[in-house]
Ligand binder design. Sequence first.
Ligand code: NAD
Length: 298
Amino acid sequence: MTPAPVDTIGVVGAGAVGQTVAAALMVSGMTGRLLVASRLLDQAVALAADLDDMRETAASPVRPEACDVAGLVDCAAVVVAVRAAFTNTSTGNVRMGGAGSNAPVIRTLATSLRGYVGTVLVVTNPVDLMTRLFAEASGCPRVYGIGSNLDSARYRLTLARLLDVPVDAVHGHVIGEHGDHAVVCASTTTVNGQPASVPLAEVRSELRTRPGRINKGVGRTRSGPAGAVLSALRKALALAEGTEELTTRHGDDWCGIPLRFTAGQPVACLPDLDADEDAQLSAATIKLRTAYQALRLS
Ligand SMILES: NC(=O)c1ccc[n+]([C@@H]2O[C@H](COP(=O)([O-])OP(=O)(O)OC[C@H]3O[C@@H](n4cnc5c(N)ncnc54)[C@H](O)[C@@H]3O)[C@@H](O)[C@H]2O)c1
């Protein structure tokens, strides 16, 4: 049997997203070993047992194991998909509703993983804030947030449907906040290599309402985020080259920016923005900076 390209990948959080990421990794052929950790060791043990069943039923070569967070230090990458127990009553800025509850969990995890040199992909919302918090509290050098790449995938799907073209004909990015201040880079979007006429109101409406519809129908968004995690892992672990819109440091701020990965190394490649998009990106970064400063003082 050909060895997997990556020795070990870790997932923290055994909930909807963590389970889906783990199941996708089991069949991806990307890693030889999959470590799972969660709030309680029992949860991680249960998930590892379920994944072990999948190993047998799907003839997967991946070996799942439960561990505590300290056991993740030798992983090539760690996916952080934790969520504190809280009731989100926000109707606008929904993802921001988790900031106060999730921040202490992220701080604790980051402290436990200080000195870790692999790739960390943060999924926990509000992801732009939680990614920055994890990076600054841990000092880890390669911390990225998942969200703008999922928004960009949803944008391409939506535009393809609205313009009645194949999705792979559409190229365009969503950057800024993974949230209400997402910036649709319409001015540089192309269809079949030609500038596209983007019905922005419809696109924005779909990006705003789609996660809520998924949540309402199946409880939690999980498959889309899991796909976005796997796509980012492939680029960050040098298994594929290409661009992912990820939360990263951008000047003095952190927000979703396209990163071009070559041999696992990212280079920011912000598209040209028109005046409106530039103003929207500034508004997004100011919003995130203000919210982050408030979080740090809390
Ligand atoms: N960035 C994105 O694109 C995106 C998409 C979907 C969901 N999310 C976010 O991902 C997070 C996880 O979502 P979910 O639906 O899987 O939540 P969930 O409630 O189903 O699962 C959360 C898991 O985290 C675990 N956990 C809680 N505290 C922990 C701790 N201290 N240490 C380790 N594990 C801990 C829980 O036990 C649970 O297994 C949420 O913040 C959600 O908003 C982000």
